[in-house]
Design a protein around this ligand. Structure first.
Ligand code: ZN
Length: 155
């Protein structure tokens, strides 16, 4: 293949990837509008008051919605557990806040099953707080947004 041909091949491949990224059919985060499948490691969801299932790009968006008026009455909230990458009920994990791990919405609320594992993560990733789902209030979420961590880990 001559250099020009290989350049074309790369350009074509790039175009294909771009088009795939622009697929408008993907399910959107109920809170921020991002495509949930773009960040499979962070997907979260719940069942609304009326019984519909909704998904979010991240635990942060899940809680922001759930703690707002629009999320009133929602139940069966779940998150993608950090290590197992499995959907896990929010009351079966602890969330590490303020760590150096970045999610789709910036500083992540990292869901981890088991207190020992969560405390280990807190230390390893310079987290600032370990909280249960009940402790994630509107005020708590506001505090998160105002305090960006040192971004050293992508995704
Ligand atoms: Zn979102």
């Amino acid at each position: 293949m001559n250099p020009r041909m290989s350049w074309l091949a790369v350009a074509w491949l790039g175009a294909v990837i771009l088009m795939a990224g622009c697929d408008v059919k993907g399910e959107r985060c109920r809170k921020c509008g991002m495509r949930v499948e773009d960040h499979p490691r962070w997907i979260a969801g719940l069942t609304t008051d009326s019984g519909a299932t909704e998904r979010f790009c991240s635990p942060r968006c899940l809680f922001a919605h759930w703690r707002s008026e629009r999320g009133a009455g929602a139940r069966h909230a779940w998150v993608t557990e950090y290590y197992t990458q499995k959907p896990t009920p929010v009351n079966e994990v602890l969330f590490v806040a303020g760590s150096d791990v970045i999610g789709p919405m910036g500083t992540a609320l990292v869901p981890i099953a088991g207190r020992a594992a969560a405390e280990q993560f807190l230390g390893d990733h310079h987290g600032t707080r370990l909280v249960s789902a009940d402790e994630i209030t509107v005020e708590f979420l506001r505090g998160l947004a105002a305090k960006p961590a040192r971004p050293t880990t992508e995704d």
